[in-house]
Design a protein around this ligand. Structure first.
Ligand SMILES: CCS(=O)(=O)c1ccc(CC(=O)Nc2ccc(-c3ccc(CC(C)C)c(C#N)c3)c(C(F)(F)F)c2)cc1
Length: 246
C-alpha cells in the first residue's frame, strides 16, 4: 500500500465510525453523572427474567444496527459475498457493540450508558446473568484503561469485524486481504501516535471479546430453552438472525 492509500483507508473508517455512532463521546461525558434513581433501579429489578431479557435484546439490537451500518462503509467489506458479510456480522457485531459501549463507561462509579442514563450492574440483576454482566463491565474497564482515541477505536472496531478466522467463511483469502489492509491502517495510526506497544494489548482485548461473546451465546441458548416463546416471538428479528445459533 502506498501511504496515500492507507491514509484514505483510515480516514474512511474513522468517518464511518463517527457517522454510525448514535452518541458522541463528548455528549455522554456530559451525562456521566445522570444515574438511575432508586425507584428506577427497583423497576428494573422487579421485571421478570424474560421481560428484562427482551428489554436488553431490543437495546442491543438498536446498537447493533449502527454497527451493521459501520461495517458497510469499511473499504472492502461490500466486495465480500453476502454470506461472508453475514458471517462476519454474526460473530463480530456484538464484539464491536461492546468495544463501542466501553466509550460510554464511567470508571469512577462503575456505570455504563444504558436506556438514557448510566447504570451499575445492579440494574441488570433480574437477567439472572450476573457473570456475563460482570464480564461486560470488566471488559469496559479494561478498554478504558487503554485510553484509546476515537480514531484508534474506529480502526480497532474494523479489525474486530474483519476477521478471516471466523467460522464458515466462503472466501477466506478475500477476507484475509481486507483484514490485512485494516491491520496496516491500525498499525499506521498507532505508529503515528507513537503507541505501537498498544498493538499486542489490543489483540489480548480481542481474545477477551471472543470469550465474552461466547458467554453471551451460551446464556442466550439457556434463555431460549427456558423461555422459548419470548426468544422466538418477542426478540427483534435481527437479534435472532445474528445471535440465535440456528
Ligand atoms: C453501538 C452504537 S453506539 O452509538 O456506540 C451506542 C448506542 C447506544 C448505547 C447504549 C446501549 O445500548 N447500552 C447497552 C445496551 C445493552 C447492554 C447489555 C444488556 C444486557 C446484556 C446481557 C444479555 C443477557 C443480553 C448485554 C450483554 N452481553 C449487554 C448494555 C450493557 F452491556 F451495558 F449492559 C448497554 C451504547 C452505544
Amino acid at each position: 500500500h502506498s501511504l496515500r492509500n492507507i491514509d484514505e483507508l483510515c480516514a474512511s473508517i474513522v468517518r464511518s465510525h463517527r457517522e454510525t455512532s448514535q452518541y458522541r463521546v463528548e455528549e455522554l461525558q456530559a451525562l456521566r453523572w445522570k444515574l438511575f434513581s432508586r425507584e428506577e433501579i427497583q423497576a428494573y429489578q422487579s421485571k421478570s427474567v424474560d421481560e428484562m431479557w427482551q428489554h436488553c435484546a431490543i437495546r442491543l439490537t438498536d446498537a447493533v444496527q449502527f454497527v451493521v451500518e459501520f461495517a458497510k462503509h469499511i473499504p472492502g467489506f461490500r466486495m465480500l459475498s453476502q454470506n461472508d458479510q453475514i458471517a462476519l456480522l454474526k460473530t463480530g457485531s456484538m464484539e464491536v457493540v461492546l468495544v463501542r459501549m466501553s466509550r460510554f463507561f464511567n470508571t469512577e462509579n462503575n456505570t455504563v450508558f444504558f436506556d438514557g442514563k448510566f447504570a451499575g450492574t445492579e440494574v441488570f440483576k433480574s437477567l439472572a446473568c450476573g457473570d456475563l454482566i460482570a464480564a461486560v463491565f470488566d471488559f469496559a474497564h479494561g478498554m478504558c484503561a487503554l485510553k484509546l482515541t476515537e480514531q484508534q477505536i474506529a480502526l480497532f472496531s474494523a479489525l474486530v469485524l474483519i476477521n478471516a478466522d471466523r467460522p464458515c467463511l466462503e472466501d477466506r483469502s478475500k477476507v484475509q486481504r481486507v483484514q490485512r489492509s485494516v491491520e496496516s491502517g491500525l498499525t499506521h495510526i498507532l505508529h503515528r501516535d507513537n503507541q505501537e506497544s498498544l498493538m499486542h494489548k489490543l489483540y489480548q482485548r480481542m481474545a477477551v471479546l471472543r470469550s465474552l461473546c461466547s458467554l453471551h451465546m451460551e446464556k442466550l441458548r439457556w434463555f431460549s430453552q427456558r423461555y422459548p416463546l419470548t426468544a422466538h416471538s418477542l426478540f427483534p428479528p435481527l437479534y435472532k438472525e445474528l445471535f440465535a445459533s440456528e
